[in-house]
Every structure is written in C-alpha cells, then in structure tokens.
Design a protein. Structure first.
Length: 340
C-alpha cells in the first residue's frame, strides 16, 4: 500500500521540496484545553495506519484533551516530503524511511511502533517458479530504494543470489501489480492490497514475505523533534488516544473493523485480510521494541542492521545513531501512568 522510499527521499531532503497538491482527509479539531494549534498527523494507505481513523471516529483525541488534524496522503512519499519540509508535525512511516533524514541531520523523533509487517509485503511469482533460486534470470520488479527492494534483496541473498542475477525492473507498486497480473513480469515485490490482488487475479503464488523476516519492517509514528520538545504532554495524549483505540478494537472488533474499512474505502473482509498481515503493537510491545537487543525485535538493532544494508547499497551516506531519532521514553511514561 505504501510507497516507502529511502533513496528518493534523500534527494527530497537535500532540496527540502515543499509538496503541493496533496489530498487531505482532515479530522475536525477537537475540543481541548489550551494545548496550542492542532497537531497535524499524516498517514497513508497501510492497514495498520487506519487505526488513526478509529481514534478519530470514537473521539479518543478529544477524550485525551489533544487537538489533532489527520492529514491524508494517497501517495506515501508525499507524506515523507511533508514532514521533512514542515508541512505536517508528525507522520506514519517506516523505520527505513526515517534513517535517511536522520543520516542528514533532520531532527525527528520516532515515539511509537504502530505495527510490524507480518506478511503484508511479499514476493509474488508465476506458478512455474517454485523456489527463490528459480528467480535467476527472471524479470523481477519493485521500486528502487523502498523497503520492498530491501525485502527482495534479502530474499535473493537467502537463495545465494544478488540483484545482478535477476532482470531487475524498477517499478512502483501501482505499476508492478498490474504488470504482474497481465503476465509481463515473472515476479514482483508488493504490499497489501496489491499483494493479494496479484495472487488472486494474476494466478500467482507467494514465495517469500515479511513473515519470513519478522521485525524487518517496523512502522512508526515520527514527530518533528521540536514537537516532542515543546509539546511533550500532547505527544503522550496522542499515544494514549492510540492505545485507547486498540483497547476499543479488542472489545468491539466488528464495529472497529467497519470503521477502519470505511476509511480505507475497502470491503471489511478485504481490509481484515490486510490488517491480519501486520502485527499491531500493544503498549508492552512498544516498550520492549525501544530497548536495545540483538534481534529484529529491538528497534535499535533493526535500525543499525537496516542502515548498514542500505549504506552497502549506497542508499545512505552515513549510519545514524539510533539514539538520535528513537525516543522510547514516551511509551514508558504512558505505561507507568496507565498502570496507576
């Protein structure tokens, strides 16, 4: 669903291009105390991020006393540009897309793990292809510099292959999905809902997915550092609103799915299939994720490994220190307060 970019984002950051022409689905400002201007929180089409519309619909921003405008970006890369240029205060984005601005000194803070892709990104192939090794010499498409490009390279590496061993084609997911369905590609790396559609309509099969690399693709809520510094209470209120929505979803699954599916403009069964392909992170999951560790369950570990991988592909010029942009103290404080 997302156009998650690393390589192209670097160019955007260097020029600080201001995005124009985005479509906005803005939430109405909620009643609150004197907490300043509404925080503009951007999101794009990805199953785990439609939870923000459940937060809005059930009034959890208002309940927690924080003003938030949800700003909708149909094209994910536009949301990255909007955060970099200051058009929004926070964005829903991947860890890998946070590395590029961090490496350039753009001051951002990731404060929440929304979810981890758990099968929502995958390599779909023609029925005649039975193994990753069979991809040698085949036409494989994904978008250069995206996390799905990273997933493709990870899959090839598992088979002892490199990008030079396949006929790599640089295509956006919007083009690669239809191209696979029409039979013009042997394989494509896609995310939901393009992944399921390619399998169903293109008579393809899933060969490798993010489920095989748990923790590799975390999705985060990332703020401009000045917001976390100047409005820390509002950041905590937003996190509390998010976890209130997760609690509501657990208690009211059917209603919650209907609300999120409506926001996604997708039938409930299709949205459910998409959201089932991600692991939604609860509060305890978040606290654990921000801790240092030696596996992909740890954000600092995943950050380091992903940055090393991208730097090896010349997609990053330097490896940023995870402590400069990962800030887990907010979820820790929220956990302590919610336990009282």
């Amino acid at each position: 669903m997302r156009q998650r970019m690393v390589f192209l984002m670097m160019a955007v950051l260097l020029t600080f291009t201001v995005v124009s022409g985005c479509t906005s689905k803005e939430a109405a400002s909620t009643k609150s105390g004197d907490s300043g201007e509404p925080i503009k929180l951007a999101l794009s089409p990805w199953p785990g991020w439609f939870v923000w519309y459940l937060v809005k619909e059930k009034g959890f921003f208002e309940k927690n006393g924080v003003k938030v405008d949800l700003v909708w970006f149909p094209v994910y890369s536009d949301s990255l540009s909007a955060l970099a240029s200051g058009k929004v205060d926070a964005n829903s984005q991947t860890l890998s897309d946070t590395l590029a601005p961090a490496s350039k000194g753009i001051k951002l803070k990731a404060v929440l793990v929304n979810d981890n892709s758990n099968g929502g990104d995958g390599v779909v192939v023609k029925p005649s292809i039975n193994s990753l090794k069979d991809l040698k010499g085949k036409k494989v498409a994904t978008e250069l510099g995206t996390v799905d490009h990273l997933l493709m390279l990870t899959a090839l590496e598992k088979a002892g292959l490199g990008e030079k061993d396949v006929a790599y084609t640089n295509m956006t997911v919007n083009d690669a999905g239809p191209a696979f369905i029409s039979g013009n590609l042997d394989a494509a790396v896609l995310w939901e809902p393009f992944l399921s559609k390619a399998i169903q309509e293109g008579k393809g099969k899933l060969l490798f997915s993010s489920k095989d690399t748990p923790g590799l693709i975390p999705d985060l809520l990332v703020f401009k550092e000045e917001i976390t510094r100047n409005r820390p209470d509002d950041v905590k209120k937003i996190l509390n609103a998010w976890f209130d929505a997760l609690d509501y979803w657990k208690a009211n699954p059917e209603e919650s799915l209907k609300i999120m599916a409506k926001a996604a403009e997708t039938p409930v069964d299709e949205y459910k299939a998409g959201v089932d392909s991600v692991k939604i992170f609860q509060l305890e999951d978040n606290v654990k994720a921000f801790q240092k560790g030696d596996s992909y369950e740890s954000l600092p570990f995943t950050s380091q490994k992903t940055a090393e991988f991208l730097k090896g592909l010349d997609m990053l010029t330097s490896i940023p220190n995870a402590d400069s942009f990962l800030d887990g103290h907010f979820v820790e404080e929220v956990l302590k307060e919610r336990k009282k």
